[in-house]
Design a protein around this ligand. Structure first.
Ligand SMILES: Cc1cc2nc3c(=O)[nH]c(=O)nc-3n(C[C@H](O)[C@H](O)[C@H](O)COP(=O)(O)O)c2cc1C
Ligand code: SF4
Length: 431
């Protein structure tokens, strides 16, 4: 997604040149020309209009339209822009590569976005376990200040922006935007009750836009080429290209940038090379650990658009596609995911704090051959307490979606692999 160039359709990100993170390489490939053009010839409203016309949807998980979110920003000043680089959803590793290999694209996108939003202070909240991406980003920010792309009177335009990096401390929940804002303020990283939404009352109670790294990294291309050009890529309702982190039982794992009108078969088999060692595809997680699973008999020829995935009861989420072959013990896989959520629960809500721990312990008991006959019903009952009705999208009894996320693997294995769970239970039932 280099500025001034078309997106690298079906490109594998690891093929970027070794010095792609430097300002010299970025400028040599057209970087910062869009910023020069925008600051000298476009009003903030015109930049916003292009983002609205692009139909860009947030890449952090909820796929909320970016232009619409920007429109909610309350007029009060000071106001802030926060780039969410906490990337901790299991299976997701796209933002890491954007930070490590293309930090100037993110910086250019941040300055353009801040200009559009009349923001003069922006932050990038980087996952604590990402020291190398954070170092790379900080070095790039230093280069950008030295070159006049950040700081006071950027490129003689009269527009000022300061950009700072904040390193998290290793809590997954700080990726949730309001927990992130609390953490940035030096408080415990706990989600806030919404409303008010950050666009009205965010960082230090000021109007704040929170956007994902990939979302903001799209802005230079959109401003350079026009929102309509971006909207014409992929599916009309899921515009543009999107990064998918493909992992698990595929021959060619990696980050791939693809237009969102391909099918899962094309992503897993044509791009990912298919399942290694002649084994069969059993199932896959289409959008990070929080997403309900897909199975080949029903979903292989459906498309990777937001709407198609939602119609089939799941979400594209953070773009993490985890592929499982026919040797996978699905109970063990579900347990691993539930254990993650139980560990990362911030503990504010009883259904999440207690429920995720119960689910984890029951799955562990079944795996150890000590399952009880009533365990299946109890798994569903506890899940129903966290996410009433077990619907998709989930109904919530909690402040944030982390609790309901832990239910996705449970409902997935009960829907598609109930016979395997029952078999495992029967093999080791204790009464
Ligand atoms: C438990 C939880 C974890 C999240 N983690 C991340 C994350 O690591 N990175 C991210 O960009 N968004 C994450 N989100 C989504 C953010 O709350 C927010 O919607 C997003 O940063 C907005 O950016 P976007 O509109 O560009 O997608 C998470 C949400 C939840 C509920
Ligand atoms: S759902 Fe879980 S993680 Fe989210 S606020 Fe409640 S206890 Fe914390």
């Amino acid at each position: 997604m280099a500025s001034g160039f078309p997106p690298i359709l079906t490109g594998r990100m690891t093929e970027a040149p070794g010095d792609s993170h430097t300002i010299a390489r970025y400028e040599a490939t057209g970087g910062y020309t869009t910023l020069r053009t925008a600051l000298s010839g476009m009003t903030p409203e015109q930049v916003t209009e292009q983002v609205k016309a692009s139909n860009l949807q947030g890449r952090g998980g909820a796929a909320f339209p970016t232009g619409v979110k920007w429109g909610f920003l309350a007029p009060a000043t000071p106001r802030f822009l926060v780039v969410n680089a906490d990337e901790s959803e299991p299976g997701t590793f796209k933002d890491r590569q954007l930070l490590e290999r293309d930090p100037h694209q993110l910086i250019e996108g941040t300055v353009l976005s801040a200009y559009a939003l009349a923001v003069h202070h922006a932050f990038v909240y980087v996952r604590g376990e990402y020291p190398k991406p954070a170092r790379r980003l900080q070095r790039a920010i230093d280069e950008a200040y030295a070159a006049g792309f950040l700081g006071s009177d950027i490129l003689g335009s009269g527009f000022d922006l300061d950009l700072m990096v904040h390193l998290g401390a290793g809590a997954y929940i700080c990726g949730e935007e309001t927990a992130l804002l609390n953490s940035l303020e030096g408080k415990r990283g706990e989600p806030r009750i919404k409303p008010p939404f950050p666009a009205v009352e965010g960082l230090y109670s000021r109007p704040t836009i929170v956007n994902n790294v990939e979302t903001i990294s799209n802005v230079p291309w959109i401003v350079a080429n026009g929102g309509r050009a971006y909207a014409s890529i992929g599916d009309p309702a899921s515009a543009g290209t999107r990064l998918f982190s493909l992992s698990g039982h595929v021959k060619n794992p990696g980050n791939y940038e693809i237009p969102m009108d391909l099918t899962w078969r094309e992503l897993i088999y044509d791009i990912g090379g298919g399942i290694p060692e002649g084994r069969e595809l059993k199932c896959w997680i289409p959008g990070g650990a929080s997403a309900p699973w897909f199975v080949p008999a029903e979903h292989l020829d459906t498309r990777v658009t937001k709407d198609d995935v939602a119609e089939n009861g799941s979400m594209l989420g953070s773009g993490a596609v985890v592929v499982m072959d026919d040797t996978t013990n699905v109970v063990a896989a579900a347990h691993r995911i539930v254990r993650f959520f139980a560990h990362e629960s911030c503990g504010q809500c009883t259904p999440c704090r207690e429920g995720t721990t119960w689910l984890e312990r029951m799955l562990w008991r079944i795996l150890q051959g000590h399952g009880r006959p009533q365990d299946l019903d109890m798994l569903m009952d506890v899940s129903d307490n966290i996410s009433p009705g077990l619907t998709w999208p989930p109904a919530m009894t909690t402040i944030c979606p982390l609790g309901p996320s832990a239910v996705s693997p449970i409902t997935s294995i009960m829907k598609y692999f109930r016979d395997e769970v029952e078999e495992m239970l029967a093999a080791g039932v204790t009464t």
